[in-house]
Design a protein around this ligand. Sequence first.
Ligand code: SIN
Length: 522
Amino acid sequence: MKIIETDCLVIGAGLAGSAYALHVVRAGFRAELLSMGAPLEANSDWAQGGIIYDTTADPQALARDIFVASDHTSNPAAVEQLVREGPEALKELLLDDLAVGFDRDAAGGLDFTREGGHSVRRIIHAKDTTGHAILTAVAARVDATPGITRRSGWMAVDLLTLSHNSDQPRDRYQPLTCFGCYALETATGEVAAVVAKKTILATGGLGGIFLHSTNQPGSVGHGVAMAWRVGARLIDLEYVQFHPTVFFKKNAPRFLITEALRGEGAVLVDAHGRRFMDAVDPRGSLAPRDVVTRAIQHHLATTGEACVWLDVSALKPDFIRERFPGICERALAHGVDITREPIPVVPAAHYSCGGVHADLHGRTNVRHLNAIGETACTGLHGANRLASTSLLENLVGARAAARADLAELREGAFPQARPRAWQSPAKKADPLLVRQDLLLVQQTMWNYAGIVRSPRRLARARRILLELREDIQAFYRDCRPARELVELRNAVQSALLVVHAANLNPESRGCHFIQPDDTAES
Ligand code: SIN
């Protein structure tokens, strides 16, 4: 087994992981940056709407909006950190250092937009492909930075801990401590050990455990599942945010229709052109996501319609083309000209507000294991995330974690553990079984643990998933690891963890909505 040694092992090369790597390497340490797929294959790349850059006179207004969106459940310390450190973290990396091409107004200043739940315009954007503009610049800087070794097509399989994986049996008496991971090189099928002083989970979210999702393929909660296997504390996993507006057309892929369209004046209507949100919430189509999502779900369940519509007629065609070129192009490719007709939309799983519990420096309860970005839960989002907070959370969390780690890395007291060798069975997994099992996980989660939950639905989900996990574990033990198999193993585990958390919480709040069995509607 190949052993790679480094200072910081970053699992996930989205915005959070990449920003962390840049920070520690600039301070003279080495980082290995692992990503399952190509460099830009990360949820950060698909973020459309924008990133909060709050330079208004009243920064506490942002804190208030975050609390309101979360139904007053967010962790005040995490909110305060975002509000206080956000503008500087963004300016430092994205404006001053990388000069990301955010849109400008006629006077050359940054152009600010709005999304649901925001009381003022405080979101900057690059057309409707903000995440792509940011991650492209960040990835280029990563690749030009000596000291960061990018390993695309490498996926972490399991974390290494002293208790589980050291070649010294007595290490199991040590406190719970992480020292790297086993990593699969997907092109060769070989497993190596990456031994690190600090291991950072930045694997993104878990939307991919649901049948319909805005996430990159393979976003099935890898970090959450790996962290659970080594005994890390997980929190708030029942709070899975569904995005209200995802493109819906038969035989076309689902893709995000940014909330910024509503921020610019588009409204949700039903098949008869009625603005059904106005009767639901005084903020209408710009109510927080959980409110809008449930209203759409309720509307679809009671009318039997397949989708609702985003009416963009209040926006001038030239403005739509100029401001939302990505959505225009993709919708047109599937026969919808959004400058002339409403956009058919439905909700889809979007963001995990919960995750691996982390303090404000990314530290988990496992020594030397950090979690940042969507994988982590500092409590910032509470029961429901405010739009356009996630890219900013990535920057703030990465910077805070790197600063704390640098202090420790300089002091230099880390375990000198060696991992036990990895044994791989020779048998190849049957791809048809793997695909079908993943589909079963996704359908189960969508139908029984999705937007509207009930105790009976959750119990059904749990039964199906427990049985499936048995089969998948057996399958996993017998077969050579491959990306799809590792994904399936983590998907069923993350799904069970979400269902477990949902079962334990009888209170409907934010994006966890649970109804008594006899009143549950689809
Ligand atoms: C969107 O553009 O609607 C998504 C932005 C986000 O989830 O913060």
